[in-house]
Design a protein around this ligand. Structure first.
Ligand code: 4AD
Ligand code: MG
Length: 462
């Protein structure tokens, strides 16, 4: 079909030409002489105004043009006299693709709450808000690939079905083709997984990192970008059961190189969105968060603060602040603590390093103090943890000792340990939660609103 996207109608060179516009009706108003339709086709937050001269059209012809209907208009693109738009289309021909019964169309009215729209996740992409969010999300995904490709990183696809539990969190979705109503049993009465599809228990991955390390210790620098699954029962505005993660992994990188990369990476993405999604970000800022643009620019323009977990805990303990969860050396930080450091104490993004080994994963490089590991978490305003990463333990014996200490079964780990057995190198990497980045850039406050079809406990409808 010959069609001009609405985003292109706003380029001056098309003025005076005849165009074919296709999209969904946002509103219709007017009188018996002239009718105005605001049309949107998803290519931009901007609508195009279509003007129907009622000398040429009958009321019957225009009757199907209600909010949500899909139409095709052929007409001349002209400069607009009215205020609020620079150009408009003077309709010459109308084709109705699909009507939307005003009695039942759920988005008939404007100004629905985000909660209401979550219940209508199958239609919410047609709203201004979700159009803007989804365009920003897509642009950020492109920026991520650009950032790494420009720097010679290779895109590595790691498996979604895995037999190992990278983060040791134990919160995995099992994958099986066994008949749950009629499970095969071993002689001891346990489920016989040798009869399962892969001949052993498998689950959806919580991280592509371990396989990423195999790639990095061959190609030098890789990144993954794919879906990740966590079966934690956490109903917070920052957790999804299915989210997207970007995990770069680099040979010959220490923790400082890793922090530098993480900081450059986030700044690049935020800046890319500011430049390429200006209209959408401006819209979201006006609708939801007046400080959004300033906050984004601030992050791009300022250095992140770097300090150790131990120093961070000291600041929190001396803050005089009553936290819901008390802080002590050795406890995991909650988002209230992270946000205090970022939003109130330093007033800028923070990278915390050298966490107690007990609260971090087995693969992190052990420091000489015997108590801490070379972990790094990047903490952001409004978000809390946006990145988690570390330098990796490259020493075979130390890594094996830690695996044994934590009773991680060797049968799951032999292939990972081979990276340390053959040509081991210092290396490091991190994981960025894609939706947390989209949350930050769009100024939204609930992670369910920045992924098209959120998966959370008890929610897999659409
Ligand atoms: O800190 P995490 O658990 O780190 C890892 O998975 C490492 N393997 C990463 C690495 O070093 N390659 O997760 C990384 C990031 C978090 O900082 C957070 O942004 C995001 O993933 N994340 C989630 N996002 C949404 N919903 C959840 N349930 C998330 N869990 C983690
Ligand atoms: Mg983490």
């Amino acid at each position: 079909m010959k069609r001009t996207k609405i985003i292109d109608l706003y380029k001056p060179e098309l003025i005076g030409s005849t165009v074919d516009v296709m999209g969904w009706v946002r509103t219709r108003r007017g009188n018996k002489h002239v009718q105005f339709v605001a049309l949107n086709d998803g290519s931009t937050i901007k609508n195009i105004q279509i003007v129907f001269d009622m000398g040429h059209f009958t009321d019957d012809e225009l009757r199907p043009i209600t909010t949500g209907a899909a139409i095709h208009v052929t007409g001349r693109l002209v400069e607009s006299m009215g205020k609020g738009q620079t150009v408009e289309v003077q309709a010459e021909k109308l084709e109705i693709f699909g009507t939307a019964d005003p009695e039942s169309y759920p988005l008939q009215k404007k100004g629905h709450t985000l909660e209401f729209l979550r219940e209508k996740a199958h239609l919410r992409p047609r709203t201004n808000t979700f159009g803007a969010i989804l365009r920003v999300r897509s642009t950020l995904a492109y920026a991520i690939h650009r950032f790494f490709q420009e720097r010679g990183f290779f895109y590595l696809n790691t498996p979604l079905i895995t037999a190992s539990d990278c983060e040791g969190a134990g919160a995995m979705f099992q994958v099986t083709t066994l008949d749950l109503n009629n499970l095969p049993r071993t002689e001891e009465g346990k489920v016989d997984f040798s009869a399962d599809f892969f001949g052993k228990p498998t689950a959806l991955t919580v991280s592509g990192q371990l396989e990423g390390e195999l790639g990095a210790t061959a190609l030098g620098a890789i990144y993954t970008f794919g879906p990740t699954f966590r079966a934690e029962n956490s109903n917070t505005p920052r957790h999804l059961s299915e989210f997207w993660m970007i995990e770069p992994e680099m040979a010959f990188y220490d923790i400082t190189d890793n922090m530098d990369l993480a900081e450059d990476f986030i700044k690049y993405c935020v800046n890319y969105a500011l430049t390429h999604c200006a209209d959408d970000i401006e819209f979201l800022s006006q609708m939801y968060d007046k400080d959004l643009v300033d906050r984004l620019k601030f992050v791009v323009e300022h250095d992140f603060v770097r300090l150790t977990y131990t120093e961070g805990v000291e600041i929190l303990r001396n803050s005089g602040r009553k936290f819901e969860f008390p802080v002590d050396w050795g406890t995991d930080l909650q988002s209230e603590h992270e946000r205090y450091l970022v939003e109130e104490h330093f007033k800028r993004p923070v990278i915390l390093t050298d966490y107690p080994k007990e609260i971090k994963a087995f693969y992190m490089k052990q420091n000489d103090d015997g108590r801490t590991v070379r972990a790094m978490d990047v903490l952001f305003p409004q978000i809390g943890e946006i990145i988690g990463g570390s330098e990796r333990e490259a020493d075979y014996d130390k890594l094996l000792a830690r695996i044994n200490e934590l009773n991680i079964p060797m049968k799951d780990m032999w292939w990972y340990l081979d990276t340390r057995r053959y040509g081991t190198v210092p290396h490091a990497g991190f994981g960025l939660g894609f939706e947390r980045l989209v949350l930050f850039v769009t100024g939204m406050t609930n992670i369910r609103d920045v992924i098209p079809f959120p998966r959370t406990p008890n929610n897999a409808e659409f």
